[in-house]
Design a protein around this ligand. Structure first.
Ligand SMILES: Nc1nc2c(ncn2[C@@H]2O[C@H](COP(=O)(O)OP(=O)(O)OP(=O)(O)O)[C@@H](O)[C@H]2O)c(=O)[nH]1
Ligand SMILES: [Mg+2]
Length: 219
């Protein structure tokens, strides 16, 4: 009997991710993998996005954290289906965790599924979950050196949200410098300056999501 050797853990992950992607396509759900360093504002951005889009599209959220159900509780409080995955120490989500969590979500009832990954600027970008697009958040308090020091997530993301714009005057962060770095790392990325605190920029970002969710329906 022929034995298939899976050469590494990433190969195994990619195979499950591909299954997830086919499943999402069959259900007509657009899936976004949202990543960032801890505390950049992923959940707060999601809260604002849900407020903006709740009456336009049907959103569901998978929350990934090392421990606690805090983020899923924040999302569920807005009346949105939310599933919490606890990774028990792992610094990223993987495709198998997503596959198992789908038992607790009714994909038929969703247009957009956002997966909030574990707060970490490195590992989550290495693992395909079966999403259609990746997006990441960098907050202005993190410094302009992050794209060049931690390039993978910036390279892999179709959208880059620059959050905490309300704090810009108190930092030395420059949007221009970020855009210059992205010209080398990822010139195709959509950049959305945003403040989840004040709501600035939420409309443009939300509209982008609506267009993606409707594009998958029309396929
Ligand atoms: N001033 C300011 N604070 C913000 C903004 N967005 C988020 N915060 C704050 O930043 C902190 C972290 O926000 P979260 O949304 O929990 O960040 P997160 O990326 O989901 O964090 P993890 O899930 O732990 O990785 C909270 O105290 C938020 O209130 C913003 O636009 N401006
Ligand atoms: Mg969060």
């Amino acid at each position: 009997m022929k034995v298939e050797l899976v050469t590494n853990v990433l190969d195994a992950n990619t195979a499950i991710a591909e299954q997830n992607r086919q499943f999402f396509a069959a259900k007509g759900v657009f899936v976004l993998n949202l990543m960032s360093a801890p505390g950049a504002g992923k959940t707060t951005i999601l809260e604002k996005t849900i407020e903006a889009l709740k009456d336009q599209i049907r959103i569901g959220v998978i929350e990934g954290d090392i421990c606690t159900t805090r983020d899923a509780e924040r999302i569920a409080a807005l009346g949105i289906p939310a599933v919490q995955i606890n990774t028990d120490g792992a610094c990223h989500l993987d495709a198998n965790m997503i596959l198992r969590s789908l038992q607790n979500l009714s994909l038929e009832d969703l247009d957009l599924l956002v997966i909030e990954n574990v707060g970490n600027l490195v590992c989550p970008a290495e693992f395909d979950l079966g999403e259609h697009y990746k997006a990441m958040v960098i907050s202005v308090t993190e410094g302009n050196d992050k794209p060049t020091k931690y390039p993978l997530m910036f390279k892999e993301s179709q959208a880059i949200l620059v959050n905490k714009l309300d704090l810009l005057p108190y930092t030395d962060f420059s949007l221009e410098v970020l855009k210059q770095d992205l010209e080398t790392l990822n010139p195709q990325a959509q950049v959305f300056p945003i403040s989840a605190r004040t709501g600035e920029g939420v409309v443009a970002w939300s509209q982008w999501l609506v267009e993606l969710a409707s594009s998958i329906k029309s396929k």
